[in-house]
Write a protein that binds this ligand. Structure first.
Ligand code: TMP
Length: 208
């Protein structure tokens, strides 16, 4: 079986952390080799950039921010993601390029064609086999972020920023339904879990 590259994405407060545990258990129960990683991050360079990017003190313009996301991604692909896939290990990344389109494109206003250009340069034609996109209404996202004690640089943004972020995620999922599993995260944990397991099983060609 060709190893899969799966990403989990969505606006802050959509429930990624809880559902990463669901994905972990699914791989364990199917005895499939898998590596979990995250963006920005996943390598020493990526984690150093993450510190800068999430630090509320950082004053970075929208282009510098976008380039840092892709710098982290380049190193992540080269050192972690592609080698794992070449070794026959599935990779699950907590966020990937969809987040750059949504946050830097939608949120900050970087033209989407500029992001596409960087995507082509850094990734060639490479991208996820499956993206699990967790979606919640803005009020739910804002309420969950509101409970975070120390908000990072993105979590400090206002509702209109997250409205734009969410809109780009939803547009991308609608444009490429074959690659995305759009999951309504505003339901019981059980219902969300069932949808995630269903999407994973379908992607692996298992009977569902
Ligand atoms: P998280 O660990 O909570 O997902 O935090 C990562 C933050 O970084 C989140 O607010 C989204 C943001 N981000 C971007 O703005 N662009 C990107 O390309 C990525 C990967 C993350």
């Amino acid at each position: 079986m060709k190893p899969k590259f799966i990403t989990l994405d969505g606006i802050d407060g959509a429930g990624k952390s809880t559902n990463l545990a669901v994905i972990r258990r699914w791989f364990e129960s199917h005895d499939l080799p898998v590596l979990f990683t995250r963006e920005p991050g996943g390598t020493p360079v990526g984690e150093a950039l993450r510190e800068i990017l999430l630090n509320p003190e950082t004053k970075a313009g929208l282009r510098a921010e976008t380039l840092m996301m892709f710098a982290a991604r380049q190193q992540h692909l080269e050192d972690v993601i592609l080698p794992a896939l070449a070794d026959g290990i599935h990779v699950v990344s907590d966020r990937f390029t969809d987040a750059t389109f949504a946050y830097q494109g939608g949120g900050r206003g970087v033209p989407l064609q500029d992001i596409e250009m960087l995507e082509n340069w850094v990734q060639g034609g490479f991208g996820p086999d499956l993206t699990l996109l967790l979606d919640v209404p803005l009020e739910v996202s804002m309420a969950r972020i509101g409970q975070t004690r120390e908000k990072d640089r993105f979590e400090q943004e206002q509702a209109d920023f997250f409205t734009r972020v969410r809109a780009v995620y939803l547009e991308r999922a609608a444009a490429h339904p074959e690659r995305y599993a759009l999951i309504d995260g505003n339901r019981s944990l059980e219902e969300v879990r069932a949808d995630i397991e269903h999407a994973l099983a379908r992607s692996f060609g298992m009977d569902v």
